[in-house]
Each structure stands twice: as structure tokens, then as C-alpha cells.
Ligand binder design. Structure first.
Ligand SMILES: Cc1ncc(COP(=O)(O)O)c(C=O)c1O
Length: 416
């Protein structure tokens, strides 16, 4: 039985998979079961920040696996403490505390729960808790009941009604729509500083500043979903810092690139005082309020710690900015009719496609068609919505690898 046949028989069909069975990877390259090599500019969808099987991560995982793989969060472990310290001191740089989850959706659920806790403290005029989190159209926050309800895309929610109540979706980057947006029950904003799955849209500095001002005016929470954008991919440790660095958010979520490939996510809450007794926002999530059996276990924390140290010590965020600029300059210089615009920040990079120029097959989108064609030429990329292709190379991608990808891109995009 082939791997594909085994999947068809035993694995639930929730993914539209490409006909590719990947067996090994090193750096920016992966190989399939027929021995064919590909340049991987998908990287597990922005997960493998250091590329595949980076020696520093492999060594950390090997060492930790021989020492202690898992213990309950009822006890302390070195690697979780060291990872939280690395994140707080060297990447976030604001006073706050971290909770470790296993994925981005769970991290966002944690933020949503935290916002509801805050709403119990900052209740409405009639004494009822505030609970509504404003999110944005085309956002993506995950697939759990909470994060799916936060996601401003009907196609993600379709067929799973009723949604968890307490969300409202406003147009992204539309400052005018924020006027009168806050209601009695509103407790905060949750947004991606750069929307990933929704097609690579970067928030404007003015938009982030308008949200920050509203947050202060109405005593709300400003929460950033940095699951896809965080930890160097957008050219700063945090994506919002590449846009409006002076903003100090109340909450942040991460996953994907923070672990370099191991299943880990996290959310952070600020230590800022939320009442005149000096109660810290982060302390609202006290004992018994939240938990996860696996969250932040020694194995994943050891791997994530080395990932984040490598990103910091090698200043890979600077490489992300430089390589993103090289990609942009080259693609723009081709002036191809198929390419409508380049969007993104650093190596969260989107190429908008003119769908009128692409004849599509049944069930295909323009982006899917181009991605399939790129894969056939040895470059793995991933769609972001129907008409954007996303390039997500590792943060340590080299000039030569970018040039190689550009050659394949030019060849394919010129065909239309
Ligand atoms: C911005 C953002 N938030 C949340 C998620 C959900 O993360 P996960 O798939 O790890 O649950 C994703 C995944 O693509 C994402 O891009």
C-alpha cells in the first residue's frame, strides 16, 4: 500500500493535500519519497524558522530527550523557565508573563479567556461582565471553537453554527469604521499585525495607533496575534514593532516560528496594573484559570529556546528584511502582467495574482494553480487565500537560495 492509499484509508480528509510525500529535509531543502529535491519556501507554513533539522535544534532535542521528555505543569522545569525568560527579556522587552500552549489556536483561546476575565473586572454599567472581542475581516485565528469564532471569514465558520458569541468583525485597516465601534460589552481588540491566511495584508501604523488610542480611551485590551508573524519573520522580533514600535500591547499570542518545528504556542499578558490596587493584568489568569497537559513540556521548550537564541544571536530578523527586499525588488522589476502587487513584511511575503489571466480547472484557485506549477519545478510555496501566493522561506535563507527561487518564480509567472 502506498502512503497516499494509507492516508485515504485511515486519515481524516480535512486537508486538500498536494500529491507529495516528504521524507527528509535539511536547511531549505526537502526530499520526497522518489528522491526528488525541492527548495522549501513553505517551511511548514512559517514554522521552521531555521530551516529543516537545524543542527542546534537537533542537538537540543536529542539532549533533552535523553534527560526528560515530559512532566506535568504541576512541577517546575528548567527549560520552560529559560524559554519564558528568553522571550520576555530578549524578544518582547515588556514586563509580562507567559503561558505555554501547543498551538496558535490554543494561544488565541487563552487570550480570549483572558479578555473575558478582564471583562469581569471592568464590568458594564449594569454590572454584567464585558465580553465582546472585536476582530477583523479576513483574519485567521485558528480552528478551535473560540479561535474559529474570532476568525473573520465565513468560509472557516461554515457548517459549524452556532458560533461562540462575543465577536464582531470590522474591516481591517479601516480607521473610519472604528468610530462608534466600541459598545458597552466590548472588552478588547484582537488582530494580526500582518494578516497571513487572509492574503498577506499589513496593518498600517495609523490603524494600529487608532486601536491603541481607543483601547486607552475605553479601558480595553489590545491583543496581537503574532502566531504567523512573530519572532523575526517580519524583520523585528515582533511584527507590530516593524509597524508602530511605540505601542505596548496587553496580550500577544504566538506559535509556528517560535518553536522552529516542534508543537508549541504561547500567550503573554502584560504586567501593567489594571486597578488602583496595582493588580497586574497577567495575574488575572491565576491558579486554576487555565491549563494544558502538554503545554510547554521540557522537550518542546528546549527546542524553542535554541530556536529563539539562534534567531537573536545571528540577527536573523535583519536577514528576513534584507531577503524580503531582494525578493520584492526582483519580482517588481519583471513587471509581469500576472502580478498585481507585492504585499507583506520581511519574509511574510505575498504575491497578488491577476486571476483573469489564469484558466482554472475544477475546484482550483489561481493561487493553487500557480503553487502546483511551482512545485512541479522544484519550489514549494503555499497559497494565502484564492489569489495570493505566499513565500515563507526560513529566516536564515541565503542569497543563492533566494536567487534560485526567483529563477523558478520568473519562469512560472512569465507563462501567464
Ligand atoms: C495568525 C494565525 N493565528 C492562529 C493560527 C492558528 O495556529 P495553529 O494552526 O497552530 O492552531 C494561525 C495558523 O495559520 C495563524 O496564521
Amino acid at each position: 500500500m502506498t502512503t497516499t492509499e494509507r492516508f485515504d484509508k485511515h486519515v481524516m480528509g480535512t486537508y486538500g493535500r498536494f500529491p507529495l510525500t516528504l521524507v527528509e529535509g535539511q536547511g531549505t531543502r526537502v526530499r520526497d519519497d522518489a528522491g526528488r529535491e525541492y527548495l522549501d519556501f513553505c517551511m511548514g507554513i512559517a514554522v521552521c524558522s531555521l530551516g529543516h533539522c537545524h543542527p542546534r535544534m537537533v542537538a537540543a532535542i536529542r539532549e533533552q530527550a535523553g534527560k526528560l521528555i515530559h512532566v506535568s505543569n504541576l512541577y517546575y522545569t528548567d527549560s520552560q523557565g529559560l524559554l519564558a525568560e528568553e522571550m520576555n527579556l530578549h524578544h518582547i522587552g515588556l514586563p509580562g508573563k507567559i503561558f505555554f500552549s501547543n498551538s496558535g489556536a490554543e494561544a488565541n483561546d487563552g487570550l480570549i479567556k483572558s479578555a473575558r476575565r478582564y471583562g469581569h473586572l471592568k464590568f458594564q454599567a449594569d454590572g454584567k461582565p464585558r465580553f465582546e472581542v472585536i476582530t477583523f475581516q479576513q483574519s485567521f485565528h485558528g480552528r478551535t471553537l473560540g479561535s474559529m469564532a474570532a476568525t473573520g471569514q465565513a468560509k472557516i465558520q461554515q457548517g459549524f453554527d452556532p458560533m461562540l458569541p462575543g465577536f464582531r468583525y470590522l474591516p481591517y485597516n479601516d480607521i473610519a469604521s472604528l468610530e462608534n465601534a466600541v459598545r458597552d460589552e466590548t472588552v478588547g481588540f484582537l488582530l494580526e499585525p500582518v494578516q497571513g491566511e487572509g492574503g498577506i495584508h499589513v496593518a498600517s501604523a495609523e490603524f494600529l495607533r487608532a486601536l491603541d488610542a481607543l483601547r486607552k480611551k475605553h479601558d480595553l485590551l489590545l491583543m496581537f496575534d503574532e502566531v504567523q508573524a512573530g519572532f523575526g519573520r517580519c524583520g523585528e522580533a515582533m511584527a507590530w514593532r516593524a509597524i508602530a514600535p511605540e505601542i505596548e500591547p496587553d496580550g500577544i499570542s504566538w506559535a509556528k516560528g517560535m518553536g522552529g518545528g516542534v508543537p508549541i504556542g504561547s500567550f503573554w499578558l502584560s504586567d501593567r496594573a489594571v486597578d488602583d490596587k496595582g493588580t497586574k493584568l497577567s495575574s488575572l489568569m491565576g491558579p486554576g484559570s487555565h491549563g494544558s497537559t502538554y503545554g510547554g513540556n521540557p522537550l518542546v521548550c528546549a527546542a524553542a529556546l535554541e530556536t529563539l537564541k539562534e534567531i537573536r544571536e545571528k540577527n536573523l530578523a535583519a536577514n528576513a528584511i534584507r531577503q524580503g527586499a531582494r525578493l520584492r525588488a526582483a519580482i517588481e522589476s519583471w513587471k509581469l502582467p500576472l502580478v498585481t502587487e507585492i504585499r507583506g513584511l520581511g519574509l511574510l511575503f505575498g504575491i497578488g495574482l491577476n486571476s483573469a489571466r489564469i484558466a482554472m480547472g475544477e475546484g482550483e484557485t489561481p493561487a493553487l494553480k500557480i503553487v502546483k506549477s511551482l512545485i512541479s519545478k522544484g519550489l514549494i510555496t503555499v497559497p494565502a487565500g484564492p489569489d495570493t501566493i505566499r513565500l515563507l522561506p526560513p529566516l536564515n535563507v541565503t542569497d543563492a537560495e533566494i536567487d534560485e527561487a526567483l529563477a523558478i518564480l520568473k519562469d512560472t509567472l512569465s507563462e501567464y
